[in-house]
Design a protein around this ligand. Structure first.
Ligand code: KE4
Length: 429
């Protein structure tokens, strides 16, 4: 039995000075129970916690570590850049260099603006869409999470779901009225909203492959239908690729599925593990952004050279080694098949959703295609699965409303160890 005493002691201390002992709620293990694990360090596919346990990591800081923790080229770039100063609040060449690379990698974007988180990227993208179209309302999808900006905390996914108050206190009725809620994979729900709000909708924002209600791929025709509706009704389509960007393909879901977004947002991988978000679009939209245009957006540390150095090293690796995306998909497929076969062998009712290197296990009897069906999952079984896997040295998402994030640092031996752990845990479910 693994020992987590030091993590628990550190958690007790943290709770004296940090709300809930964490700086982001989902880390608090509220959805699965027990004390969170405190990490001492990480390398490649492995976490080393404060009690000396080695864990195979399937979260990877919620996505950024697509090449593994402490990835040498990223670490070296950050160390070198730090010696020259970390932030100046003035333009630097490296911002142009990473912007040129991102624009070259991602379809349908001419310009990109860097910010400090996925939340900032999505919040700014919606403000830009409203400014560009002159309209106020937005459509989001139940279960999708675009960060903690007020406009998005309406039936948001991820941590917001597990806290049982989808409409977070503090979000005003005035804000909420402009956020209209559709159902993922259900074009009719979007048509109905558009018909009831003719000429008032600035944008539709969507996770093109949902990852915050577990992984939910778009049904064939769903995104294409959204594109068509947006074109017909002059609504901007925002792909929130904070999770999928630079993970599912070099050009993200736009490249993978061949569907054009009007604005794309990024986070996680684009920062190589440092705080970076970004949003991007064609010139006619981006030129509405200050200082060129009237839509204001700013940030003291936006584009700071230290974060840019990490992001540039990461994107350069992914650009120069496109085979990584295939490797990620093949490893995830191998894991998928191994887990499915093992759970079936033990008669565990489940469904596994996967697209590329995004995967989630749902202890639900039916297909998980939207928030409602994801919420049908048996959370008691999930809790047992989570803690059983942890006891076997495998760290998966501490919530059924999250996706596992595969890193290319995983070896097939790690995957086999994970599948063997499922075989042990399945017998306790
Ligand atoms: P951040 O502000 O956390 O960098 O990004 C917000 C965000 C935006 N869009 C999507 C699709 C996202 O998944 C996220 C953040 N993802 C969660 C994990 N589901 C972050 C984990 C956390 O909240 O601690």
């Amino acid at each position: 039995m693994k020992n987590y005493q030091r993590s628990s002691a550190l958690f007790a201390a943290a709770q004296q000075v940090i709300p809930g002992g964490v700086n982001s709620p989902v880390r608090a293990f509220k959805s699965v129970g027990g004390d969170p694990i405190f990490v001492k360090q990480a390398k490649g596919a492995y976490l080393y916690d404060e009690d000396g346990n080695r864990l195979i990591d399937y979260i990877n800081s919620w996505g950024p570590m697509v090449l593994g923790h402490a990835y040498e080229p990223v670490v070296d770039a950050v160390i070198e850049k730090t010696k020259l100063g970390t932030s100046f609040g003035m333009p630097t060449e490296i911002e142009t260099t990473i912007a040129e690379l991102a624009v070259a990698m991602v379809p349908n974007i001419d310009k990109i603006r860097f910010v400090n988180s996925g939340t900032e990227a999505c919040m700014s993208a919606v403000r830009l869409a409203r400014g560009f179209t002159g309209k106020d309302k937005i459509i989001k999808f139940a279960g999708c999470y675009h960060g903690h900006s007020d406009a998005f905390l309406i039936q948001a996914g991820s941590g917001a779901v597990t806290f049982g108050h989808p409409n977070s206190p503090g979000v005003t009725a005035g804000t909420a009225k402009d956020t209209l809620l559709a159902r993922y994979n259900d074009l009719d729900s979007v048509r109905e909203i558009i018909a009831a709000n003719t000429g008032e909708i600035a944008c539709v924002i969507i996770e093109p492959v949902a990852g915050n209600m577990g992984c939910i791929p778009p049904r064939t025709g769903f995104l294409e239908g959204l594109r068509e509706l947006c074109d017909t009704h002059k609504i901007l389509l925002i792909f929130d690729e904070v999770m999928t960007g630079f993970r599912l393909a070099a050009g993200g879901v736009q490249e993978l599925l061949g569907i054009r977004a009007d604005i794309v947002t990024f986070g996680k991988v684009i920062g190589g593990g440092l705080p970076v978000g970004a949003f991007a679009a064609r010139n006619e939209i981006m030129e509405y952004l200050a200082p060129l245009g009237p839509v204001y957006q700013a940030g003291t540390l936006s584009g700071n050279p230290l974060a840019m150095a990490a992001g540039l090293a990461m994107l350069t690796e992914l650009h120069n080694k496109p085979e990584i995306f295939k490797s990620l998909e093949e490893k995830t497929k191998y894991l998928h098949q191994g887990i499915a076969t093992t759970l079936e062998k033990h008669g565990v009712i489940h469904t596994i959703n996967r697209l590329g290197s995004m995967i989630s296990v749902h202890f639900a009897p039916d297909a998980v295609v939207d928030f409602e069906s994801s919420a049908q999952g048996n959370n008691e079984t999930f809790k047992k699965f989570f803690h059983g896997m942890l006891a076997q040295g495998i760290y998966i998402a501490p919530s059924a409303f999250e996706t596992w994030f595969i890193t290319d640092a995983l070896t097939y031996a790690d995957l086999d160890e994970t599948i063997a752990a499922v075989n042990v845990v399945a017998q306790t479910l």
